[in-house]
Design a protein around this ligand. Structure first.
Ligand SMILES: [Zn+2]
Length: 329
């Protein structure tokens, strides 16, 4: 692995005590565990109108102070989406959730053109967060879209090899079965053309290496970790919840894409085919995750919220949800 270079760093690097200190490495405490987002892309721009169907800026104006322009640019109507993985170190095991897009992957089809043939220092950022790929014990993909399983593998001598050779890759059985069927007959699902090649280069190699454990709703792949089926965005989407006796976190993948979805969960993705596998199920899963976090007080850690990337949820008196951001350490 090459050493970290100044230009690799998202945010403002600072030198401190002879070591590089990264503004983008944010540590959060979850009970006895330590949580770090590992960034790949910081500024994916998506039209809010497509992400939040029915979007009305006037209805979220009360939140403009923190929402604009970090999460949403109200002038251009674009949402700013981060792409990051989550690293959780409990002391007993190291969990990586949603290994981003990956390098050298052919993703030329819309709407994912900006995922095509990336060359980012994501592995260096993982190292900057204090973890070598060999030290990952468990990889969980919330679903198998290209931006949630890409670093499952990396290109070595022309072959896609598992990036985390000592990990168990925990995948959703219904999700694998759907994309396996898609890979065998992609023409049957033209609306999911953007996912062509993902199963072949990012899932099949870890299956062939014998590293995959196929699980389902309610299963627990490690102490304190529970898998919660949250289907809708994809057929077998799930969320991974971790808790100890002090606190917890719910890694919710793409159940929500933007904090606007916390404020107005009914603003779904564009109803066009391919945006969600099942819009009704996606809406139910969103409320289930928000209710889970509001009831338990656990941190909500989605895959695309801008910095600081995770938040707390509470029920508000008018039947909606409130959100607050954690203090970073
Ligand atoms: Zn995503």
């Amino acid at each position: 692995m090459r050493p970290l270079r100044r230009q690799d760093v998202v945010g403002r690097p600072r030198w401190w005590n002879g070591r590089i200190y990264l503004d983008n490495v944010r540590l959060m405490r979850v009970g006895k565990a330590e949580l770090t987002p590992v960034l790949e892309l910081e500024a994916g721009l998506v039209p809010v109108a497509g992400l939040c169907h029915g979007w009305d800026p006037a209805q979220v104006e009360a939140h403009a102070e923190w929402l604009y322009p970090r999460h949403v640019d109200p002038v251009t109507g674009m949402a700013r989406l981060s792409h990051h993985s989550w690293l959780l170190r409990t002391g007993d095991f190291t969990l990586l959730v949603d290994p981003c897009i990956g390098n050298s992957k052919s993703r030329a089809l819309p709407p994912n053109e900006y995922y095509d043939m990336l060359d980012t220092p994501w592995l260096d950022r993982l190292a900057a967060a204090g973890t070598h790929p060999d030290e990952i014990d468990l990889v969980v993909c919330t679903h198998l879209h290209p931006d949630h399983c890409g670093w499952n593998t990396r290109l070595v001598d022309g072959r896609w090899n598992p990036t985390f050779p000592n990990a168990r890759y925990v995948l959703s059985a219904p999700e694998v079965s759907f994309w396996d069927a898609f890979a065998r007959a992609p023409d049957r699902f033209p609306e999911f053309a953007y996912n062509r090649g993902v199963f072949e280069d990012s899932v099949a190699p870890v299956l062939e290496a014998g590293l995959v454990e196929l699980l389902d709703d309610g299963d627990s792949p490690a102490p304190g970790v529970t898998l919660l089926a949250t289907p809708g965005h994809t057929a077998g989407h799930w969320s991974a919840c971790y808790a100890d006796d002090l606190d917890g976190v719910c890694f919710s993948g793409d159940v929500l894409h933007s904090p606007v979805h916390v404020l107005r969960p009914e603003w779904t993705l564009s109803p066009s085919p391919g945006a969600n596998f099942d819009h009704q199920a996606a809406a139910a899963s969103r409320r289930a995750v928000l209710d889970h976090c509001a009831t338990t007080g656990h941190l909500l850690a989605p895959a695309h919220f801008q910095t600081p990337h995770a938040c707390r949820i509470a029920h508000s008196t008018d039947g909606r949800y409130l959100l607050s951001w954690p203090t970073e350490i």
